[in-house]
Design a protein around this ligand. Structure first.
Ligand code: GUN
Length: 277
């Protein structure tokens, strides 16, 4: 058996097309404030991609590229200003922040109504209570991908390898809400292989090339990879070893799976912010 590849790139393009149509129909364009502090190369790349996605979708961006020496007070001042601006619908402060700035203090200062990353405790709490709220982009993208392939988590064993605030914890809530039985694994989990073998839906975001081998896959499982880990030869293979695709029924490709979905869901959240303004 060879797994069906889940095409996140195509679905993301469809979602972005829908966002664009709605954005262009609005009297005032949805607007995202993109805040970058310092010059971390990965962050610069991420912000560049987000700016481009916004342009593709008819979303206006207002850019703040601040020096690494920016103080916490200065950044809090900017967040307060953006919270108060009626022409700004969403605020995204790119992480990580320089070490002298307390990340949580900044994230908690963002108005929850403009919190398109969904990192504010208000939105995290609502997600936990299954109340409508912004949903973090990677978990939202994974759920949209499952829906596109008519994969219903209800009654299924769902195993997540990741316990972060950005991926593992919110994804656990979404799968639970969708009726799945959820196990969250992490670096301290005993007998990861046994737990993976129970999974009807396995989602790996460990960042360790080849961590999940074919013998850890239940035949016919749906297997979703989030990481961009590289093998010894430098090829992007995610967390999966070779032949995982021979056991799974559905599998995400190493690129063009969850990555484009994450980016598309940010556009969905900005549109939602604008619709609720
Ligand atoms: N850094 C890496 N991923 C993210 C993200 O999703 N949002 C923000 N704000 N920073 C990040």
């Amino acid at each position: 058996m060879s797994a069906i590849m889940m095409d996140g790139k195509a679905l993301a393009a469809d979602i972005k097309r829908d966002v664009k149509a709605k954005a262009l129909s609005m009297e005032h364009p949805p607007t995202l404030a993109l805040v970058l502090v310092g010059d971390d190369p990965a962050s610069v790349t991420y912000v560049t991609h987000k700016r481009r996605d916004c342009a593709d979708c008819g979303i206006r961006t207002v850019d703040y590229t601040l020096g690494a020496e920016t103080t916490q007070e200065e950044l809090l001042g900017l967040v307060a200003e953006l919270n108060g601006r009626r022409d700004v619908d969403g605020i995204l402060v790119q992480l990580p922040l320089p070490s002298h700035i307390h990340e949580r203090t900044i994230l908690e200062a963002i108005d929850p109504k403009k919190d398109v990353d969904a990192f504010h405790p208000f939105n995290v709490g609502r997600l936990m209570q299954f109340v409508p709220c912004y949903v973090p982009c990677t978990p939202a993208g994974i759920m949209a991908l499952l829906r596109r392939y008519d994969i219903d988590p209800a009654g299924k064993e769902c195993v997540i390898i990741n316990r972060s605030n950005i991926v593992g914890k919110p994804l656990a809530m979404l799968l639970l809400q969708a009726g799945g039985t959820v196990t969250v694994c992490h670096s301290r989990t005993a007998d990861l292989a046994r737990r993976c073998r129970q999974a009807d839906i396995l989602i790996a975001a460990a960042g360790k090339a080849g961590l999940v081998t074919a013998d850890m896959i239940k035949p016919g499982a749906v297997v979703v990879g989030v990481s961009m880990a590289r093998d010894d030869a430098g090829h992007i293979c995610g967390d999966f070893g070779p032949a995982v695709g021979d056991k799974a029924s559905y599998l995400t490709p190493p690129t063009g799976g969850v990555g484009p979905m994450t980016r598309a869901m940010l556009m969905v959240n900005v549109l939602k912010a604008a619709e609720n303004r």
